[in-house]
Design a protein around this ligand. Structure first.
Ligand SMILES: *Cc1c(COP(=O)(O)O)cnc(C)c1O
Length: 379
């Protein structure tokens, strides 16, 4: 190694650290909104067989346009949201993060603007940085909904090319009323922007909360993002996807994607998981019930709770959230310091993990009541 070599880092990256949540091996990992349950044996075995099948053909490049997988995703979306789109309006990549990155490559870029509403997902500014897209956020209201009249004015005045709405939102867990999405998508349409609705947590929403896909017929600029990382219990497989109201959006993503970006192994794994989607329904139902029970418990114990439609809960408020976070970690519970300064976010785990979290939280915050009462309130 030459002693005087300085890597020619892009000016705007100098001093930037790579970002990511801690990956610590503790008994309760409740910090990145994963599905806490291992795959059912039947599904794991089916995936093993599908990968073995795919292995024989790994000498060849994979199906570049993965039509079978897109058709299966379109079927799943039709069942899940009630809206059917042809496979040509569905796209996928290695996690919805890559789909979003491709959307920024396709519709952002130098001289262009993306806007969204804080607090929200911490990865969006990274896609903007990578693609030299200007990125602006506007604060959400006290209840974490969007100030719609202000948002409409901002979209019309600033003329972004990308507007991101996250619903259910991360880290707040709150969803946006469909009327709000409609109003902002309409403003976006008037300035020629794509309106991207990130529905990473859609499967966890309460009954009767519609997907933004129900607005496709009215808003050709809508793109809905989904992932297999959360409800599907497949964060390790890296498969995210999008449905677009206009097939030309997907055509543009095909231009910017890297060649053969979705490996044959990934395609086989995702297809097999979709064939077994019903197996995961029970897990999702349990997680939703645990989420609602956890929200009730936190409220009963005097915490502030943001109403969650996701598999995590933002709760507070703490003068020193870092010490609460550390206290929980000392008791084997890893959660997340994210969002507004006085709040913490906990992912819904298995019932055992959730119990451990509740007991630890009472201890750390000095709210421990006689153990009998705690047990009663915690289930
Ligand atoms: C977890 C999450 C995703 C998922 O990212 P993947 O790359 O699909 O794992 C996307 N959007 C939001 C808001 C998330 O919280």
């Amino acid at each position: 190694m030459s002693p005087d070599f300085v890597p020619p880092v892009r000016d705007d990256l100098v001093g930037t650290a790579s970002y990511g949540a801690p990956q610590l091996d503790v008994p309760a990992r409740l910090n990145v909104n994963e599905n806490p349950f291992p795959l059912p044996d039947e599904l794991a075995a089916a995936i093993g067989a599908a990968v073995a099948d795919a292995a024989v053909s790994l000498n060849r490049y994979p199906d570049r346009d993965f039509e079978a997988l897109r058709a299966a995703l379109a079927d799943y979306l039709a069942r899940q949201s009630g809206v059917r789109v042809p496979w040509s309006q569905v796209w996928a990549a290695n996690g919805s993060n890559e789909v979003m990155h491709q959307l920024f490559l396709a519709f952002g870029g130098p001289g262009r603007l993306a806007i969204t509403f804080d607090p929200t997902y911490s990865m969006y500014p990274e896609y903007a940085r990578d693609t030299f897209t200007r990125y602006l956020t506007f604060p959400r209201l006290e209840d974490f909904t969007v100030d719609v009249p202000a948002a409409v004015d901002e979209v019309l005045a600033l003329r972004p090319s990308i507007v991101i709405l996250t619903s259910p939102n991360n880290p707040t867990g709150t969803s946006l009323p469909l009327a709000d999405i409609r109003a902002i998508a309409d403003a976006a349409l008037r300035v020629g922007a794509v309106a991207v609705v990130d529905e990473a947590y859609a499967e966890f929403r309460h009954a009767g909360v519609p997907s933004a896909m129900t607005l496709f017929a009215q808003f050709p600029n809508l793109v809905v993002i989904r992932t297999m990382s959360k409800a599907f219990a497949m964060a390790g497989a890296r498969l995210g996807y999008a449905a677009a109201a206009d097939p030309r959006v997907v055509e543009t993503l095909r231009i910017v994607r890297l060649p053969y970006h979705l490996s044959a192994v990934t395609q086989a794994v995702a297809l097999t998981a979709l064939e077994h989607a019903d197996l995961l329904q029970a897990q999702v139902a349990l997680l939703r019930a645990e989420r609602d029970a956890m929200a009730g418990w936190l409220t009963d114990n005097g915490f502030d709770v943001a109403p969650s439609e996701a598999n995590f809960i933002l709760f507070g408020r703490f003068e020193d959230r870092d010490s609460v976070w550390q206290g929980l970690l000392d008791r084997g519970v890893l959660i997340r310091q994210t969002g507004p300064r006085e709040w913490l976010r906990v992912s819904i785990g298995t019932p055992e993990e959730n119990d451990r979290f509740r007991a630890a939280l009472l201890e750390v915050t000095g709210r421990r009541v006689e153990s009998g009462t705690v047990e009663e309130g915690s289930r």
